[in-house]
Design a binder for this molecule. Structure first.
Ligand SMILES: *Cc1c(COP(=O)(O)O)cnc(C)c1O
Length: 398
């Protein structure tokens, strides 16, 4: 159909559509299908296989039973916005006003979508680090904006300050900062955060952060960009209950920042989902008010799982970059003699019964070569599942 031609061209360019016009079969669904066909342990997709805190689950059940089942307020329930504000000041020290500076969204994803659609115009540039969480690429393309990347250089995944100075220009509208980072697990240093704030000022850009792994940190505490000097006036901070409370299917996220920007984002959100997750909003409020021990506990458990999977991958011959945070380890297949991790990812389920995702799924199509030998493994899995995965890794021969 001619009417669709322009959009289809753009969507194909961004990898959203296959050359035939069908939705591109993503490597995520390909690997999940392969994992279930072969009975492989799926260390590809990053979702926990255990339930989150019982207080949170019970609160959702109670809310449904109590009739909290209709449209909640557009900005989210007043109590959840208050809980978000309290949580931010308890852990990170910023103090957004729950009335004007916080919006509840359908997951971090909708906050990102509404922000990118609301604050960019076709032709504006949006800068992200690369590799990047795959939704950024799709959303930037949907907005008609141009995606520009700054490389996180393997094996430490540190950015190059000179490259940041080069790619952030007067054309840059948004700088998306994902720390702690998916897929690499890297946490950006305060020097890099301060440089980003300086560049945002110089080029009049807005910083948008994705901090969904804020509590899943292993080496040091998370530093939100918004708390750095000069950042607050031009930073939108995004997070979500999905990763922190092991409720990725609930899609309760939020965004905080200057009232004027939050109003812009709200304007778009009202035409995306309008509102979302009425009974889950009070439940996530309960979660955000859990004692500190809950938050340190989940990080400690996950750190143990990271260490076990890292040891297993090293013993199997992979080059391992130990992540500071998050759900994932990036492993290099080159020491095993595999130049192309995508090929190995397709073989692994049949060969040893483990599925992983090639890191090339998280880069622009023209940059696939940089990450060709890298695979991403999730360790947010139960101890017995990880034990079985480690046993299977021992059988890897090349
Ligand atoms: C999981 C994830 C998201 C999505 O969060 P939702 O709340 O499920 O929408 C966003 N960003 C990153 C980096 C993630 O890993």
């Amino acid at each position: 159909m001619n009417a669709l031609a322009g959009w289809s061209r753009a969507a194909r360019g961004a990898g959203l559509l296959s050359p035939t016009g069908a939705p591109a079969a993503s490597i995520f669904s390909e690997m999940s299908a392969l994992a279930s066909a072969t009975g492989a342990i799926n260390l590809g997709q990053g979702f926990p296989d255990e339930d989150g805190p019982i207080e949170v689950l019970d609160a959702a059940r109670e809310a449904i039973a109590a009739g909290v089942n209709q449209y909640p307020p557009g900005r989210g329930t007043a109590d959840l916005r208050l809980a978000i504000a309290e949580h931010r000041s308890r852990f990170w020290g910023d103090t957004p006003d729950p009335e004007t500076e916080i919006l509840v969204t359908a997951g971090a994803t909708e906050a990102l979508a509404a922000t990118i659609l609301g604050l960019t115009q076709p032709g504006d540039e949006v800068v992200t680090f690369e590799p990047f969480y795959d939704a950024y690429g799709g959303l930037i393309a949907l907005a008609g904006a141009t995606h520009v990347t700054a490389t996180l250089h393997a094996p430490t995944f540190t950015p190059d300050p000179d490259e940041l100075r080069r790619v952030i220009t007067d054309r840059t509208r948004l700088i998306i900062v994902n720390t702690p980072h998916n897929p690499t697990g890297v946490m950006l240093s305060t020097e890099i955060l301060d440089l980003l704030v300086e560049l945002a000022h110089r080029h009049d850009a807005i910083i948008v952060t994705d901090e969904v792994y804020e509590h899943l940190t292993f080496e040091r505490t998370h530093v939100p960009v918004v708390t750095r000097p000069g950042a607050a006036e031009r930073t939108l901070t995004i997070s979500s209950g999905g990763k922190t409370f092991a409720t990725t299917g609930w899609k309760i996220g939020w965004i905080s920042g200057p009232a004027e920007l939050i109003t812009r984002v709200t304007t778009v959100k009202q035409f995306l989902s309008y509102v979302n997750g009425a009974p889950f909003q009070p439940a996530i409020a309960v979660g955000l008010r859990l004692p500190d021990t809950y938050f340190t506990g989940i990080a400690a458990t996950l750190r143990g799982r990271r260490d076990r999977l890292a040891a297993g991958l090293s013993a199997a011959g992979f080059g391992v970059s130990l992540p500071d945070a998050g759900y994932f380890i990036v492993a290099d297949t080159a020491p095993l003699g595999f130049a192309d991790a995508t090929e190995l990812a397709r073989e692994l389920p049949g060969k040893i019964g483990i599925a992983a995702i090639p890191v090339s799924a998280f880069v622009l199509p023209e940059h696939r070569d940089h990450t060709r030998s890298l695979l991403r493994f999730a360790f947010c899995k139960r101890d017995e599942v990880l034990s079985e995965a480690l046993t299977r890794l021992e059988t890897l021969t090349v």
